[in-house]
Design a protein around this ligand. Structure first.
Ligand code: UFG
Length: 335
């Protein structure tokens, strides 16, 4: 019995592989390395790896059969909000159509459990915080729209084929493993914490604060930062839940329930790194809601999930360990 992880060479995927391996699970990774890094699988653990696109139904069925896969965790996707606005059809193809192919392979191989990497972007601009799973879903960009479309796909594949699913809607994933040499490496990088740490490394002159005139206490946007290893443990628990229950179709928010403003994050990073990290106020970034905070009580009650690395200084300090020891990210010459 093993778990197939699509996109296992990506940021959250590789940390989840680490979590599963540490828990004694047998894991197989599929990644087409469009944005993932071979080093994220190679450097950390010795698991079977296939450089394969999830649209390759035939190969996927073979892999599932060869490794006695019983559950899939599906990360493989495009995930840049800005790119999704300028190139929506890429997102419909790589996210929605490709997931359709993956589900086809699963049905063919008789693998009927999936844990899906979803996002807070399915909610769009929330009418209230903290956000609960049943709140209105009005994505403001094709990234969130395609993730929501995939969640909807699970309703119909459950009805037709008995496929059970758990969609995990992450808020702001951050941090790094802390002891294994894996961490965040997006190219281009757009996320706040890695960019702040690039300033601390001297790779950028300053951090741009996108807007200081929001209706928040210090005028900068508030987000719910959640440690990537806490996300990883939720995936492990979701696999267990699907194995132990006739689970149907589920979706859970994953966040800490605490919000930090951009200015607060910069301040904590100054303390953690000992670097002054100069900041400059810049115009608002299009589509940024002022506040995103998760109500994750459902995941805690149903999955028994408890985030344990909740402190922002811990999250930033684990990220800093990775970025300061790998200032240029993974060495992709082995791709
Ligand atoms: N920010 C800056 N300067 C930067 C980068 C970011 O001020 O250089 C700000 C943003 O404006 C935002 C906050 O820092 O207010 C966090 O931005 P990120 O880009 O790190 O994260 P987002 O909240 O925009 O995005 C996250 C996930 C997405 C997901 C989205 C849901 O990374 O995958 O939440 O809305 F789609």
């Amino acid at each position: 019995m093993s778990v197939l992880v699509t996109g296992g060479a990506g940021y959250i995927g590789s940390h989840t592989v680490a979590e599963l391996v540490a828990a004694g699970e047998s894991v197989v990774v599929v990644d087409n390395l469009q944005t993932g890094h071979r080093g994220a699988v190679l450097e950390a653990f010795n698991v079977p790896f296939y450089n394969c696109d999830i649209r390759d139904t035939k190969q996927l069925v073979t892999i599932m059969n060869d490794h006695a896969v019983d559950t899939v965790i599906h990360f493989a996707a495009d995930s840049l909000v800005g790119e999704s606005v300028t190139n929506p059809l890429k997102y419909y193809d790589d996210n929605v159509a490709a997931t359709g192919k993956l589900l086809q392979a699963m049905v063919e191989a008789g693998v009927l459990r999936i844990v899906f990497s979803s996002t807070a972007a399915v909610y769009g601009k929330p009418s209230r915080v903290p956000i609960s799973e049943a709140d209105a879903k009005q994505p403001e960009n094709p990234y969130g729209e395609t993730k929501l479309a995939i969640e909807r796909m699970f309703h119909w594949t459950h009805r037709a084929h008995g496929l059970s699913s758990i969609s995990l809607r992450y808020f702001n994933a951050a941090g790094a493993h802390g002891s294994l040499p894996i961490g965040e490496d997006h190219r281009p990088e757009s996320h706040l914490i890695p960019i702040i740490l690039q300033v601390a490394l001297g790779q950028r002159p300053h951090i741009q604060v996108f807007g200081d005139d929001y209706e928040t206490p210090d005028g900068t946007c508030i987000r719910d930062y959640i440690h990537v290893m806490d996300l990883a443990s939720a995936h492990r628990l979701a696999v267990r839940y699907l194995r132990e229950h006739d689970a149907g179709v589920n979706a859970f928010n994953l966040g800490n329930g605490n919000g930090f403003s951009v200015n607060e994050v910069i301040e904590v990073a100054r303390t953690v790194t000992g670097h002054p990290i100069p900041a400059q106020v810049a115009p608002r970034r299009a589509g940024d809601p002022p506040q995103l905070i998760a109500d994750s009580s459902q995941a805690q009650q149903v999955l028994g999930w408890t985030p344990v690395r909740r402190d922002l200084a811990t999250i930033i300090s684990d990220a800093w360990k990775w970025h300061s020891s790998h200032p240029n990210g993974y060495d992709d010459s082995t791709r």
